[in-house]
Structure formats: C-alpha cells, structure tokens
Ligand binder design. Structure first.
Ligand code: AMP
Ligand code: GLY
Length: 417
C-alpha cells in the first residue's frame, strides 16, 4: 500500500516507521528529518495540500496523526473526495477538542470521571476553586498542545490558573474552564482501535507528564512512556472497555457520530476503580513510540482495516515483551524551548541493538541536525523485560546530546523502582 502520514512529531515518525517496516511505501506531510529515512516528503500538513498530495500520489490511506487537523475536519474533507483516511471526523474529534463535551458524553453514558465544574466566567471559575478548597485541577476546555492543564496543590495556584485561562493564555481554548477534583492513583493510557463497529485494544502504556523526576514540575506533552504496565492486567483492560470505551462510543453514536480511528482513554487507577482523566482522538505521544515497536503483524493493514470498518477477525500481535521510551526535550521546555542547538550522536544511538530513535522537534541547518521544538526526539528501547528495555533506551540516549538537553532518568519508576 501507499500510505501518507500527516504530522511531524515523534508519534508520526513511529507511525511511518511502523508502516515502512511492514513493507509499505510511506509518504509524509510534512514529516521531519528523521522520518526521511522511511518516508518521502510530499508537502505541508495544510488541509488543501494534503488532499492534493493524496490524490496526485494515488495513496491508499492517509493517516492523520495530530489532533488539530482531525478537529479541523481533515478526515471529513478527504472522505468527501473519496480518499480513505485513518482518524475520526471532526464531530468525533470533539471528544478531545472540547473537554466539556467529553464530560457531557461521559455523564450521559455513566462513565466514571473526576467531579467537575464547567466555568464560563472568571467568577464561576474562582468560585469552583474555592468550593473545592484543596488540591484541584484546572483545564482549558479546548486544544492547548498538552499544556492547558494545571494540577494545583494550593488554592492560590488554582486561582492563578483560572485567571490565566480567562486572560487568554490559551486563546479561545481557554474561554471555558474546567475545575476538577484531584484524583490520586497511577495513570494508564489505553489506546483502542475503533472501526465504527468493533474495538481492538492496543497494549497498555503509562506516560510521564511532568517535566521533573518523581513527577514534579510543570505538565508537558509527556517525557516518557513504557509498555506493558504491570499494574494493569487483562481483566482491568476488559473492565475499561466495558465501562468506559463502549459506553462512550455509544454516547457518540447517539449524537450521530460513528467513531473510526484510535480512541485514547487517559485513566487514573483510583482506590475506587479506574476514572477517566481525558480522551484523545489520536495516538498518544510518546505512548505511540512505546506501543508500536511492540507490535508484530502489519501496522499498515491494521490502520487500513480500521478505516475501512473491517477490524473483525484481526488480532493485535506483539513481537517483543516490553518497550520503554525516553523523551529528550530542549532547554527551557515547556515554557520557552530554545531552538537551534546542534544535536550530536543520533547515528550512534541508532546503532545500539534494540533501540530506535524517533525524531520530533528537529530540523536541518546547513546539513546539521538542530533542535526546533520542545520535545526534540525520543529513544525507544525494546527487550524481553521492562528492565532490559529501559537499559537499552538509556544506553542509546547516553550517546545523544545538545546544549540544554532535558531528560528524565526515572522513566518506568513505578514499575521498576
Ligand atoms: P489531561 O490532559 O486532562 O489528561 O491532563 C493532563 C495530566 O494532568 C494528566 O495526565 C494527569 O497527570 C493530570 N490530571 C488531569 N486531571 C487530573 C485529575 N482530575 N486529578 C489528578 N491529576 C489530573
Ligand atoms: N502523552 C499524552 C498525550 O498524547 O496526550
């Protein structure tokens, strides 16, 4: 097949790598310098250009990686002109692009989640924070590139977060604010392929959101991930499919939305059972970089069958026991990542057996690889155990360096200590 991957992050690099590995011809729009080893660049991620490229190249499948083009209706547009695409239509992507909509669907479907006040004014937001009078979580309603959530230990911090939203820190995305009760527990990311009728869970993963070791400091898009997660057995996954995924898909269907693509449930495993933190309408980043290298079989076919609505009689095969992904971020990420630092050692890291480097915020400057975004790249180690995967990932990451590089050295600590 000929597969066009839209996006330029580590997730898209992993998708392109996985499709190329199963023998497909892969194109990228726009891709990144690392992806050029497995995919041919055909243009930008602009909606019109993607459609043109897909038609010009007669691609069999367009895989839309990030949430923004999904929320903007890229899949609707491709479907209208008869191009097969992986990902939900805009009405389905709303499960991520509006956190208040997600809460509404969960409430109507009886899905367990944190108690929440949806505030449409500064006063209402501040009042909600004061009513909780303890740790709480403040979220911008709309898309904010993973940065619209503040976990506030103190009331003052929560009030400040509410004020920042209404003062326009996240633009329109912060015009509505959610104030949630703080949930305690271990986090879990469950990514489920949905073909409109059937669901197929991928191996579970755990993300590490805060910038600092021991889960301290500002929230990021994710500083590392691993799969499997020992505290989440098959029975737990079944429970989440029954009590979260199925009811939400039904809720969407009542709204007239047939959801196709991947549905990502971010869960907190609390003392009273799993509760939903958020839904995403796409693969998680960096979860994707940890989950896909574990898969056996043909990734391109799996994505194609999802988009075609024929997931029946397909199974998800795993080829390796464990994978662990470590992200390296630029200096001053997540506040103001510095660009232009020269990156050394990627080729050496790629030579470490069992390691794969997925690029994200990188660019070529006069032939040299330089930093060009917050999360610059990720290294995934695979192996017969999480410990082996971790050793491989850090052994490879050790070879990579640039000025101000930020790496968490405790990825997987909940499973490995
Ligand atoms: P979200 O984008 O909604 O998943 O939030 C980003 C991160 O903030 C999550 O991965 C959690 O680490 C944390 N978080 C979100 N909501 C809550 C909550 N209600 N209680 C505790 N932590 C939360
Ligand atoms: N790693 C979390 C996310 O992709 O939203």
């Amino acid at each position: 097949m000929k597969i066009l991957v839209v996006g330029s992050g580590g997730r898209e690099h992993a998708l392109a790598w996985g499709c190329a590995r199963s023998g497909h011809e892969v194109l990228s729009a726009p891709g990144n310098p690392g992806m050029s080893a497995v995919a041919r660049h055909v243009g930008s991620a602009d909606m019109e250009e993607v459609q043109e490229a897909a038609q010009r190249e007669s691609v069999d499948l367009v895989v839309v990686g990030p949430e923004a083009p999904l929320a903007d209706g890229m899949v609707n547009r491709l479907q209208r002109v008869g191009v097969r695409a992986f990902g939900p239509v805009a009405a389905g992507a709303k499960i991520e692009s509006s956190k208040s909509y997600a809460k509404q669907i969960m409430a109507s479907a009886g899905v367990a989640t944190a108690r929440t006040v949806v505030a449409k004014s500064l006063d209402a937001g501040l009042q909600a924070v004061r009513a909780i009078a303890g740790p709480c979580v403040v979220k911008a309603d709309g898309l904010a590139a993973g940065k619209g959530v503040v976990v506030a230990e103190e009331q003052r911090q929560a009030e400040e977060a509410v004020r920042a939203c209404f003062a326009g820190r996240y633009g329109e995305s912060g015009a509505v604010v959610l104030v949630e009760e703080f949930l305690e527990g271990e986090e879990l990311s469950l990514l489920v392929l949905c073909d409109g009728k059937r669901i197929l869970p991928l191996p579970v993963a755990q993300d590490h959101k805060p910038i600092g070791e021991g889960d301290t400091g500002a929230n990021t898009g994710g500083m590392g991930a691993y799969s499997p997660v020992p505290s989440a057995n098959d029975q737990l996954v079944e429970e989440v499919l029954d009590s979260v995924i199925e009811p939400v898909l039904w809720g969407l269907q009542r709204d007239g939305v047939v959801y196709q693509g991947v549905l990502y449930a971010g869960l907190m495993l609390t003392g009273t059972g799993p509760k939903v933190l958020e839904f995403n309408c796409r693969f998680g980043d960096p979860e994707c970089q940890a989950v896909l290298p574990r898969l056996g079989g043909d990734l391109g076919e799996l994505l194609m069958r999802t988009a075609e609505g024929i997931l029946s009689d397909v199974a998800v095969e795993t080829r390796v026991e464990a994978a662990l992904t470590v992200v390296a971020a630029a200096q001053d990420y997540p506040e103001a990542p510095r660009k232009g630092d020269v990156i050394e050692g990627v080729a050496a890291a790629e030579k470490v057996p069992g390691a794969v480097v997925f690029q994200a915020g990188t660019a070529l400057d006069s032939g040299r690889l330089v930093t060009a975004g917050g999360r610059v790249l990720a290294v995934t180690g695979t192996g017969s155990s999480l410990q082996a995967a971790r050793d491989t990932a850090y052994q490879a990451m050790e070879k990579i360096s640039w000025q101000g590089q930020q790496v968490r050295y405790d990825i997987g600590y909940r499973a490995l200590g």
